[in-house]
Design a protein around this ligand. Structure first.
Ligand SMILES: Cc1ncc(COP(=O)(O)O)c(C=O)c1O
Length: 420
């Protein structure tokens, strides 16, 4: 019988450069490999297992729901989907509606289609231009790589989907100039960029985006796939930065169901005027037959997501994310080493930027990428973290991570860096 690694080598299409870890089970912020070695899981998938592995409340409701009703199709009504949508609208705290799908890329696709429908049918159309940010990440579908402001995801897959343009993140002048171009219909922003190594938007940038959308009848979209639903210490990531700014629509995935595949968008009920003189709430623009997905919002995954979000609420995990995020920043910044250039973050979205001369200082083998090298040394020492580009690591632990676990992880990082 082949071992796990051999099965992958022979049968899995090699789209991922994987680390040589074979993980078998988890509990809370801890995970064990097939040989029984323990790691602190400070990647949580990639910001996915928001309440840690195998939370007993989620295990119980999912087990019960599996034996009750897993799937029906969206031709019918099932209570868990309605209840979850109500909860999400309550968390956004503004009138609107939700559409369920399966992933972050798919949630963003729904936003692009909403923008097209709005741009083609509302007054002032047709318009299809969506402005996104350099360094952003919006998923791996054709629409997703077109929206993403990084050349590396587009390479080999040209031509891109029409209509997307990128401007430097947090550059209000560039954003103002970009939306002035004819045919612009929406702005899409990650309030905290994740894949690029944790870069928060400035409050001024988010406010400028809102103002431009109001002035020019554009839609403001926030991609909260990585930063939403508690990760920053607020249900809405943008409110950790600019609580006075409100988007027209938001996308979620990753942590929404603690590891079960679910994506969603929330769309506001703001009134849209059409060229024929009629009006309609924005959240009713994608009407029957315009969009759909077989697995979106099944009773099983919605029961799981409802429980995950209830656990975050009832166990005070937003406050924990804020307090332990601040503590993590303190302990990481206290590590005295020339190998770290900067530590930054919002809540439990933390980025550790390595020194530009890390490779020479740590005497890395020729061609070795510093972030990957350090992530592998940390694996040996029992800590999982997520690399970003060549010189940054992300800490994205579960929202119920404990103080002792933050300190243990920081001690592992400090020891590992000292040994270099
Ligand atoms: C901000 C953001 N948007 C979208 C995506 C794509 O999500 P998915 O991988 O679920 O399609 C990601 C994934 O990393 C993300 O970080």
């Amino acid at each position: 019988m082949s071992n796990t690694r051999e099965l992958y080598d022979q049968y899995i299409i090699p789209t991922y450069g994987r680390f040589d870890l074979r993980l078998a089970r988890g509990r809370g912020s801890e995970i064990w490999d097939e040989d029984g070695k323990r790691y602190l899981d400070f990647g949580a998938g990639i910001a996915v297992t928001s309440i840690g592995h195998a939370h007993p409340r989620v295990v119980r409701v999912m087990q019960e729901q599996i034996g009750t009703l897993v799937h029906t199709s969206n031709l019918y009504y099932t209570r868990p989907q309605g209840v979850l949508a109500e909860r999400l609208c309550r968390l956004v705290a503004r009138p609107g509606k939700v559409f369920f799908c399966n992933s972050g890329a798919e949630a963003n696709e729904a936003l692009y289609k909403l923008a097209r429908k709005f741009g083609n049918e509302s007054t002032g159309g047709p318009r299809i231009g969506i402005v996104t940010m350099l360094g952003s990440f919006h998923g791996r579908t054709l629409g997703g790589i077109s929206a993403t402001g990084q050349d590396k995801v587009k390479k080999g897959f040209e031509p891109m989907v029409e209509g997307f343009r990128h401007v430097p993140f947090n550059d209000t002048a560039a954003l103002t100039a970009a939306v002035a171009e004819k045919g612009t219909v929406a702005i899409l922003i990650e309030p905290v960029q994740g894949e690029s190594g944790i870069h928060p938007a400035s409050a001024d940038f988010l406010r400028t985006a809102r103002r431009l959308c109001d002035e020019k009848n554009l839609l403001l979209f926030f991609d909260e796939v990585q930063c939403g639903l508690g990760r920053t210490g607020d249900w809405c990531g943008w409110r950790s930065i600019a609580p006075d700014v409100e988007p027209d629509a938001v996308s979620w995935a990753k942590g929404i169901a603690g590891g079960f595949p679910l994506g969603a968008i929330w769309v506001s009920d703001r009134t849209v005027a059409f060229s024929d003189g009629t009006t309609k709430p924005l959240c009713d623009l994608l009407g029957p037959g315009t969009h759909g997905t077989t697995f979106g919002g099944t009773p099983l995954v919605c029961v799981g997501a409802n429980e995950v979000l209830a656990v975050i609420e009832e166990e005070g995990m937003l406050a924990n994310a804020r307090a332990l995020g601040a503590h993590a920043l303190d302990v990481l910044r206290a590590i005295a080493t020339p190998l770290i250039k900067e530590v930054r973050g919002v809540g439990l979205m933390l980025g550790i930027e390595l020194a530009p001369d890390f490779a020479t200082r740590a005497k890395l083998p020729e061609g070795k990428v510093p972030a990957l090298f350090l992530v592998e040394r940390l694996h040996e020492a029992g800590l999982l973290t997520i690399p970003s580009g060549t010189h940054a690591l992300r800490w994205l632990p579960p929202l119920n991570v404990r103080r002792e676990e933050i300190e243990e992880a920081a001690a592992i990082l400090e020891r590992t860096l000292a040994a270099l």
